[in-house]
Design a protein around this ligand. Structure first.
Ligand code: DQA
Length: 146
């Protein structure tokens, strides 16, 4: 059985493709999921891809990952910058966690420069669009194989 990686997406990412295309591009969430499935196949990991607009749901899924998954890719959207609850949930995990952002949050407004997620992340990728998710999956697959 290939190791399972959870890929969790936070609020407003369901609107990818329509939402601020100059910032987030034209790819939809379904395109992003397809890219992740493709990359997962190529690097030998199974992928569970989800999106929610609700902070508590994200916390529930991070808790679920404790027993269900071997690694986590997380784009917490705006909760990245606000959610101590997400940080606390991540802090319980012992698996590698890669924080991903489609946009380069450091080129944007100052309030996006701080990330609670980063405090519990193994690594951070920002600004590469869907390629960032692919790179995150590759990195996790290599760690799990090591
Ligand atoms: C984002 C960046 C966040 O600042 C923003 O709130 C998002 C998306 C990104 O993928 O670039 O919703 O996480």
């Amino acid at each position: 059985m290939p190791p399972l990686i959870f890929i969790l997406n936070g609020p407003n990412l369901n609107l990818l493709g329509e939402r601020e295309p100059a910032v987030y591009g034209r790819e939809t969430l379904a395109d992003l999921e397809a890219a992740c499935r493709d990359e997962g196949r190529a690097c030998g990991v199974a992928v569970e891809f989800r999106q929610t607009n609700h902070e508590g749901k994200l916390v529930d899924w991070i808790q679920e990952a404790r027993h269900a998954a071997r690694g986590l890719v997380l784009n917490a959207g705006a909760y990245t910058h606000t959610s101590i609850a997400v940080l606390d949930a991540l802090s319980v995990l012992t698996m590698p966690v890669i924080e991903v952002h489609l946009s380069n949050i450091f080129r944007r407004e100052a309030f996006r420069h701080h990330s609670y997620v980063s405090m519990a992340a193994t690594g951070v990728i920002a600004g590469l669009g869907s390629d960032g998710y692919r790179v995150a999956l590759r990195a996790l697959a290599r760690r799990l194989a090591a």
